[in-house]
Write a protein that binds this ligand. Structure first.
Ligand code: AR6
Length: 173
């Protein structure tokens, strides 16, 4: 068990953390789902900033300020579209978490909130994604991480239950 990890049900735009992660697309120009919610809550300055970034490849991440969000930073990551599992989807999703953690270190972030990247419009299987999210987090926390709190914000009770079960498997003492 690792008490730096919190698994909650809620809305990521309300999280009082240093950085929230956005499940964006390669344009970084906004969209639906959690991306739309973050842009609405942060205000139009967020789009002004992300439109200057010039996009982001799948599996990578870019940072911006959080504007009207409680979070100081938004880390935009581009998850893979699920295409059946033979198109490097697992590694690309793992890379999202790795690159978010790398940026978090660079920004001096001590608390970060993640949504279930790729599990909405991009249709990545939920259980498989939760395992990847928690395994990458375990690896990060084993590296003397500056992170004090990692929140997995689950939008529905199904997502919450899946993360709780995966946490039990991966962090079993
Ligand atoms: N807080 C936390 N989680 C949320 C919220 C919220 N406010 N809203 C939705 N979720 P999705 P993807 C959950 O579709 O699959 C966008 O259009 C949702 O229930 O937001 O990575 C982008 O622009 C699901 O579990 O992201 C891209 O084009 C999870 O967040 C594309 O969708 C991710 O669902 C990215 O697709």
């Amino acid at each position: 068990m690792d008490n730096r990890i919190k698994i909650i049900q809620g809305d990521i735009t309300r999280q009082e953390v240093d950085a929230v992660v956005n499940a964006a697309n390669t344009s970084l120009l906004g969209g639906g789902g959690v991306d739309g919610a973050i842009h609405r809550a942060a205000g139009p300055e967020l789009l002004e900033e992300t439109s200057q970034i010039g996009g982001c490849p799948t599996g990578e991440s870019r940072s911006s300020r959080g504007y009207r969000l409680p979070a100081k930073w938004v880390i935009h990551t581009v998850g893979p579209v699920w295409l059946g599992g033979e198109r490097n989807e697992d590694n690309l999703l793992a890379s999202c978490y790795q690159t978010c953690f790398r940026l978090a270190r660079e920004l001096g972030v001590r608390s970060i909130a993640f949504p279930a990247i790729s599990t909405g419009v991009y249709r990545f299987p939920l259980q498989r994604s939760a395992k990847i999210a928690l395994l990458e987090t375990k690896k990060e926390l084993e590296k003397e991480s500056p992170l004090e709190k990692i929140v997995f914000v689950c939008f529905s009770d199904v997502v919450l239950k899946t993360y709780q079960d995966s946490y039990g498997e991966i962090f079993r003492p």
